[in-house]
Design a protein around this ligand. Structure first.
Ligand SMILES: [Zn+2]
Length: 227
């Protein structure tokens, strides 16, 4: 008798705890709550970031909380690399070297990265804020170098970051400072490591020679890679 009741009771307890969790868990810890850019990173953030890729409505809601100026670009893309649903990021809290096209997951992740990874790490390692982010572009209709697989850039799902300018005017570039053994090098290495918490693909100079001068931060890959 008791055994027959065990599973219904367990099932009911799971349902009740899910309902209680959904109602009372704070938003950053609640896997069912929308992703809000201002929320701190928690163990649940990775789950929410991955959901951006499979749930367009969830991503649109998250993008509305981003302090980015974006415009829809239904006309972007080409016959070989169509871009059905992208925005142009026109400005961000930290000025950009130029605007860039982005899938919704890339735009949201970029905003998360800027406020929760880049800015705090610059303060921590270099004692100052970031004045400008220099990138080499996001959209390029091409395959992965040396292969036939389409690059994440072909769907505007990745951005290549080459340098970070600090408030005092100094520029920290991947090309010059990746091998630096002072604070600038430590900052870039920490930046790469922590960026893996946000982007599914985070490749840097240690990955291969093609990345000697930039970080590739992407949201398109099926499997994550942090190297
Ligand atoms: Zn790239």
């Amino acid at each position: 008798m008791l055994r027959r009741l065990l599973w219904p009771i367990v099932f009911a307890l799971i349902l009740v705890s899910a309902a209680v969790g959904y109602t009372y868990l704070p938003r950053p810890y609640n896997p069912f709550a929308p992703l809000h850019i201002a929320d701190p990173l928690t163990p649940m953030t990775g789950f929410k970031l991955r959901r951006l890729r499979s749930d367009p409505a969830y991503c649109t809601t998250a993008l509305q909380t981003a302090p980015l100026r974006t415009v829809p670009r239904p006309d972007a893309g080409s016959a070989d690399c169509p871009l059905p649903d992208v925005v142009q990021v026109q400005s961000a809290p930290i000025p950009l070297s130029s605007t860039f096209l982005a899938s919704c997951p890339l735009a949201v992740s970029y905003a998360m990265w800027e406020s929760h990874v880049l800015q705090p790490l610059a303060q921590q390692h270099l004692g100052q804020g970031v004045r400008r982010v220099t990138h080499l572009g996001s959209y390029a209709c091409r395959s992965v170098r040396g292969g036939t697989r389409q690059s994440e850039h072909a769907s505007a799902n990745a951005i290549d970051i080459s340098a970070i300018a600090l408030s005092d005017g100094r520029s920290i570039s991947l090309e010059k400072h990746w091998t630096d053994d002072g604070a600038a090098g430590a900052f870039l290495h920490a930046l790469h490591k922590r960026s893996c918490d946000i982007f599914t693909m985070a490749l840097g100079p240690n990955y291969d020679a093609a990345h000697h001068n930039h970080f590739h931060f992407g949201m398109g890959g099926r499997f994550g890679l942090c190297r």
